[in-house]
Design a protein around this ligand. Structure first.
Ligand SMILES: [Zn+2]
Ligand SMILES: [Zn+2]
Length: 400
């Protein structure tokens, strides 16, 4: 093990303390006053001058010599889930860090401490980005609009996401997702259906939105079955359908909400277009009206090939046998995520990299996946995440 890893391991307890504090006080969306204050205070105590940016926090470290800047990002928001993990430091406020963003934030705080120890050896600038509202896919965008990639201008950016409950025995392993799209484009939509309500005994006097929703739902399945070629992967899910309140009344209106997850740009715009066409025309067939609203969206994180290779090389320098290529490991099953990540908004502007970190595997008794009220994470991996953020940023700046 190299000296760098030892330094990271030496601050493991501090990183765990950050993590437990954040875990116990989860906040959601754009409004994270306690979390933001905690991160700012911790950074200030380390000698940083953190700045607020689009609801998140930015801080920089380094000599700025080469003029290059490498950005490392953590998200800070939790989910509106009541925690059932049984952890002694579990949340008591009705929200839960069930996606591991508390681990990300604490690893980036650990990274901040490691960077400070080496500040005069950093040739360029490392920019730390702590973002809100990843789960709503609006936090990264908000920080982008507030100029997170400017002043100093960012040349490359990286993020790590922890995973738990995976069928592996390699806790602490970095899994480098595929080059190209590493996560899915997500489009969250709502289809409002307007009919004419009335008595359940006189349906001919009504336009029944329940019937219309059912027909739209089954018509949309044609996209998978007939309209997109088989080699193209995408998922269309309707997760919510609401019409009516009781058995003998035909309601006026109803709605469905769902997601489209895809990888290519072309297929994404085709699916969005066809969702609207099918919904509107099926509704019209049954004398109703449908309106499709896209509620929010995020593009795929695009993994840059060179950055990906650099990451694997750098991790090999500080840890033994601790990184694997997701295209080869696990039969390629986790090469790219069907989940989404709003870090993808950065991929349009700079080369980006998204890496997985196994933080709780089935072999070690972690059975629940992300977003589950019982999910737990293996804190032993925290120093590895901090070391990776810091070492990759520093080394990239030295080589580029
Ligand atoms: Zn999540
Ligand atoms: Zn997440």
């Amino acid at each position: 093990m190299t000296k760098f890893s030892e330094k990271a391991e030496a601050i493991q307890e501090k990183i765990v303390a950050h993590r437990r504090h954040l875990h116990q006080n989860p906040e959601i969306g754009m409004d994270l006053p306690l979390t933001v204050a905690y991160v700012q205070d911790t950074l200030k105590a380390l000698g940083y001058e953190p700045e607020l940016c689009g609801g998140g926090i930015v801080a920089t470290c380094g000599t700025g010599e080469t003029g290059k800047t490498f950005l490392v990002r953590a998200d800070m928001d939790a989910l509106p889930i009541r925690e059932e993990s049984g952890e002694s430091f579990g949340s008591v406020n009705g929200n839960m860090h069930a996606c591991g963003h508390d681990l990300h934030t604490s690893m980036l705080l650990g990274c901040a401490e490691l960077l400070k120890m080496h500040e005069n050896q950093i040739k360029g600038t490392v920019k730390l980005m702590f973002q809100p509202a990843e789960e709503l896919a609006i936090g990264a965008k908000s920080m982008l609009e507030a100029g997170v990639l400017k002043n100093p201008d960012v040349d490359a950016a990286m993020m790590i996401h922890v995973f738990s409950g995976l069928p592996s025995d390699k806790d602490g392993q970095f899994v480098v997702l595929s080059d190209g799209p590493a996560s899915a484009n997500i489009d969250v939509f709502r289809i409002n259906v307007k009919g004419v309500g009335g008595h359940g005994a006189r349906p001919h006097e009504t336009v029944d939105p329940i019937n219309v929703c059912a027909h739209i739902h089954s018509a949309l399945q044609v996209l998978n079955a007939r309209e997109v070629e088989a080699s193209e992967t995408f998922i269309l899910t309707i997760g919510e359908l609401k019409c009516g309140d009781t058995f003998n009344v035909i309601p006026d209106s109803g709605y469905m909400r769902g997601t489209i997850r895809s990888y290519g740009k072309e297929v994404r715009s085709f699916l969005r277009k066809r969702l609207v066409e099918i919904s509107e025309s099926v509704a019209k067939t049954y004398r109703a009206e449908a309106e499709v609203i896209f509620e929010f969206e995020a593009p795929s994180v695009i993994n840059d090939l060179k950055l990906r290779n650099d990451f694997m090389k750098y991790i090999d320098e500080i840890m033994t046998d601790n990184v694997e290529d997701a295209k080869e490991a696990y039969g390629g099953k986790f090469a790219r995520l069907t989940g989404s990540e709003d870090f993808g908004f950065l991929s349009d502007d700079v080369p980006t990299l998204m890496v997985g970190l196994l933080a709780g595997t089935v072999a070690d008794g972690y059975h629940y996946p992300l977003h589950h009220p019982k999910v737990k994470f293996n804190e032993k991996v925290l120093w590895k995440g901090a070391a990776a953020y810091a070492y990759v940023a520093m080394t990239w700046l030295n080589e580029n």
